[in-house]
Design a protein. Structure first.
Length: 253
């Protein structure tokens, strides 16, 4: 599988995995953002929509009123972008503060492009109907699965919920990340689970399949690649983070 690599250098501001640290957070706050902290919510609220999403919408590959599913919606940057363009949907986040911010931001679109915002873990999608969505987003959230089984469970949900022809965007950290200048350590007995990402909690596990493994896990669930999976690396203080970006389509059978 041919991979495209895009180096990105981040300047300014202390950063956690995907956002700013909580102010006065101590050692753990210096590494991982506090998802309930107002500063972290504000950071995600102010971010523009994901560029991969905007490219798809701008190209006309997915058109309103196609229903969308945004798993790990943070403060709604992608959900609001879609609602502004007439896409209804469902947004999910395990953070109460992130879900509340998303719900508030989506209220003005209740009539034109209604969204349901669910405060729950990404594993709890059983009550959503099969083949309900023509656009599925899981951007920067699947890596939080603590083990291979949980990662597979969420992928099963995404595949079940995507209708034939649906576009599915997945973004996940890569196992070759060097967040503190040191290689991650594979958890013994696992296929894709690694520790060492969090300096203050080195034992915390993340599920980080490499690009070929991610493609295999997704395609065996009835999806196909729309474009070659991309790999992006970002310089961090003292190290580097790798992000894998997959663009898939649910096969029509």
């Amino acid at each position: 599988m041919a991979l495209l690599f895009f180096p990105i250098v981040t300047r300014g501001g202390a950063m956690g995995h995907d956002g700013p640290v909580a102010s006065g957070g101590g050692n753990r706050g210096e590494v991982v953002p506090d998802w309930e902290h107002p500063d972290t919510v504000a950071f995600f609220r102010d971010r523009e929509a994901d560029v991969r999403l905007t490219e798809i919408v701008d190209s006309g590959a997915v058109r309103p009123p196609t229903p969308a599913l945004d798993v790990g919606c943070a403060a709604g940057r992608n959900a609001v972008y879609l609602a502004e363009r007439g896409f209804p949907g469902v947004a999910v986040d395990a953070s109460a503060a992130m879900a509340a911010a998303t719900r508030e931001r989506l209220e003005p679109f209740a009539a034109s492009a209604p969204w349901t915002v669910l405060h729950r873990p990404m594993t709890e999608l059983d009550d959503l109907s099969d083949a309900s969505f023509g656009l599925v987003l899981a951007l920067g959230v699947l890596q939080n699965a603590p083990d291979d089984v949980t990662f597979a469970l969420v992928l099963d949900h995404l595949a079940r919920l995507a209708r034939p022809g649906a576009r599915v965007l997945i973004q996940n950290f890569g196992p070759d990340s060097l967040p503190h200048g040191e290689p991650l350590q594979r958890v013994p007995g696992s296929a894709h689970v690694w520790s060492g990402f969090d300096q203050a909690d080195a034992s915390r596990a993340y599920t980080l399949p490499d690009p070929d493994a991610l493609d295999a896990l997704v395609t065996e669930r009835g999806m196909e690649l729309v474009a070659p999976t991309r790999v992006v690396w970002k310089e961090m203080k003292g190290g580097r983070r790798t992000t894998i970006i997959g663009d898939y389509r649910k096969r029509s059978t």
